[in-house]
Ligand binder design. Structure first.
Ligand SMILES: [Zn+2]
Length: 291
């Protein structure tokens, strides 16, 4: 059984939490990988001997790299090379489902891929990327996230389909109506290819989302120049998002402490076992990729 080392990939707002030191820990800097440099990696002490490795997807000083330009392969490869077995990824999507509330936590259970042209596999030109995607996310990590959310006073939704769009632009009203018809409840730009890349390197992955806004057309919102999302989110909603983000460090620390206590019983580390058993892949994961 692999050692179970937890990492957290922080989404929008992670840089604010680093800046105000709600999240802090020594920084080992970016990791050099065959796919370029990863985002800087920090070790965050979570109390009671627990710790997580932490990386801020969009940068450490602010929203420096928009979702389509994140080097997802370098980030996932770097975490694997540091011994990480499971990843919690946080993301602040918009709500397509009108019954969701801004600021609410959601632990999704499925994905729709509407990205285009992203580097989405480690296995270019190879025959071993044919991997089942159900369950989409690590069930053990999902249930831990749900328990941690339930212990807060904040509402949490168990299960949702997250459609990942290409960006960096926001979606049109017709696109959101289309995604609603397809069964999506949330729209964001970051979980793909991150989730699929993690599975290619036999790592568990589960997202923790907080609702940032209603997607275009879900609520009547006049255009307002010069404000966040040009008026898509109200002042009250922006405050609720800040509250949800500022509660994340405590939530993640409690997830890290609980993670240390549980018995390893998920199959995430076996995603590539078929190829290893048949001899098409070697036992060392570093030989699996195309570089
Ligand atoms: Zn797992």
């Amino acid at each position: 059984m692999n050692a179970r080392v937890l990492a957290v990939i922080g989404g929008s707002g992670a840089y604010d939490l680093l800046r105000d030191q709600s999240l802090e820990g020594p920084c080992a800097g970016p990791v050099e990988t065959p796919y370029g440099n990863s985002a800087p990696v920090r070790r965050i002490d979570c109390g009671e001997g627990a710790a997580v490795l932490f990386m801020s997807r969009h940068g450490e000083r602010g929203y420096e790299v928009a979702a389509p330009f994140v080097n997802y392969r370098a980030n996932i490869y770097a975490l694997k090379s540091l011994g990480v077995s499971h990843i919690v990824a946080w993301s602040g999507p918009g709500a397509i489902d009108p019954s969701l509330e801004v600021g609410q936590y959601v632990v999704p259970d499925d994905l729709l891929d509407a990205t285009r042209g992203r580097a989405s596999t480690f296995f270019e030109g190879k025959g071993h990327g044919f991997i089942r995607q159900n369950p989409v996310f690590c069930p053990v990590l999902r249930s831990l996230l749900l328990s941690a959310c339930a212990s807060t006073s904040r509402p949490v939704r168990d299960g949702a389909t997250y459609v990942c769009t290409q960006g960096p632009r926001l979606e049109t009203p017709a696109e959101i109506r289309q995604y609603a018809i397809l069964g999506a409840h949330l729209v964001g730009m970051t979980l793909i290819p991150e989730s699929f890349l993690a599975r290619e390197l036999a790592m568990g992955y589960a997202p923790l989302c907080y609702i940032t806004n209603y997607a275009e057309g879900v609520r009547e919102r006049p255009y307002e120049s010069g404000t966040l999302f040009e008026g898509l989110a109200t002042t009250d909603e922006r405050q609720r998002v800040r509250d949800a983000v500022s509660a994340l460090p405590d939530l993640l620390r409690s997830v890290a402490r609980a993670w240390r206590e549980i018995a390893p019983d998920c199959a995430c580390h076996t995603s590539m076992e078929r190829f290893v058993r048949s001899g098409r892949l070697g036992p060392d994961w570093r030989t699996w990729t195309d570089r």
